[in-house]
Design a protein around this ligand. Sequence first.
Ligand code: SF4
Ligand code: SF4
Length: 535
Amino acid sequence: MAKEPKPQEIISQINYKPPQKSWMNLPVERKEGMFCYGAKEKSLQTVDFPNPRTWSVLDEDWKLPHNWQEIVLEGMAERLKKYRSFKIFMDICVRCGACADKCHYFLGTGDPKNMPVLRAELLRSVYRGNFKNIGKVLGKLAGGRKLTLDVLKEWWYYFYQCSECRRCSVFCPYGIDTAEITMIARELLNLLGLNIEWIAGPAANCYMKGNHLGLEPHTIKNSIDFLLDEIEEKTGVRVSPTFNRKGAEILFVTPSGDLFADPGTYTCMGYLILFHELGLDYTWSTYASEGGNFGFFTSMELAKRLNTKIYAEAKRLGVKWIIGGECGHMWRVINQYMDTWNGPADFLEVPISPITGTKFENAKSTKMIHISEFTADLIKHGKLNLNPKRNDHLKVTFHDSCNVARGMGMFEEPRYIIKNVCPHFYEMPEDTIREKTFCCGSGSGLNASENMELRLRGGLPRAMAVKYVQEQYGVNMLACICAIDRAALPPLMNYWVPGVDVTGVTELVANALVMKGEKERTTNLRGEELPNIAK
Ligand code: SF4
Ligand code: SF4
């Protein structure tokens, strides 16, 4: 693994000055720490993907099929026909540059090929060189180029340096969505078995076991049992959830990361406490045991396959509707793509909160609501006995997760919850939140350890916004509603903004929630002493 540079080294190396040479003549330097390891043979075999083999990114020979150019160009032609948006995005960019400085990877690296306009141009130049007469004839003069091995390797490097966060699209006057271009580019790369293991491994696990970590049913149950013991120790209340229970009203699905890694586990304890307190008729599934969808970072087809399991399980168990935990891309997949892929979930009912009677019309088609929508509604109707003073020691800011915020427009619910359970809340600067939120730097399957330098660079804009509120208001807690964020943000904060911890919103709720029959609470869910005022 590459040596991690010091913060000052990273800052001093960022240079936004345009290079002397044209971008087409700039060779790609594949720098360790800036890319993830290639997909393993077994992972590709599991999901029946093309060209499974052992290969290494730094090798000259990527062991491609002899007709690889034909495969890619045919794949491109097919997608130009199938996705109208792809064809439009290839044709209409006017190179105005409005998106150029909006990508966190460009801001953190200064590499021009990380400008959204140039990232798209990597693909667009091949489109022009092979599908447009002018590009076929005039080549480079008309912005066209041939698909060579160097070009392919350049695609791989830069399309796995895009977290599909869509921030650039907010600023494009033509609405070009570079994330969609990245998705197509990754699909084309996957036709040759060119994925990264951090995506291919979890996708294969999810396909076989129902979750990214590859947890067996008994392991899922054991790990939740461990959390139940923790809850009992802290609150004196024994919580008893059910698993795979047919006839429950609600199916609950959350990212598997919440079951294992801190601070996700505290959020998971939060779900368990909240649902227990409400006496909710719900069940966990050990089959649909993953909210996330790493297929989404591979191809539409694999994303569709993985998404199906949640609905197949809802049908099998005969639940009425679904609550989803704090997860990022689950929400983008469900709200932006599911109806086209799987069709509306007509066999379920429009969610109605059994506690408040609220009908969630916004989930008419998906039949799935976000835990933050559910909780905000409970608070609005006064259904939770909350003592925000228990969170008095926290100065909280909120990171909008790209997929939930920009992807589906959920901005207010988490803020409303935080303000009701924490006395001190501070917003980061306006151009770094809500639809303009900055990515954590590790989205779309880039949360590996071998690409840590890329993550730290990509996370720099988000980290600087947190640093601002730390310096202004003494912020010491960064809340979010995405499991990838909960995994990606702690190392980012430790590196750039030491002293700021990371939490899920439901953890904050559970700490403030006064449960029926609870013992006097002396610590929060992390085992930390509660402030005196709360005792
Ligand atoms: S989608 Fe996000 S990561 Fe990708 S180019 Fe746009 S801003 Fe950068
Ligand atoms: S903002 Fe849109 S039109 Fe302008 S360069 Fe970027 S992608 Fe092209």
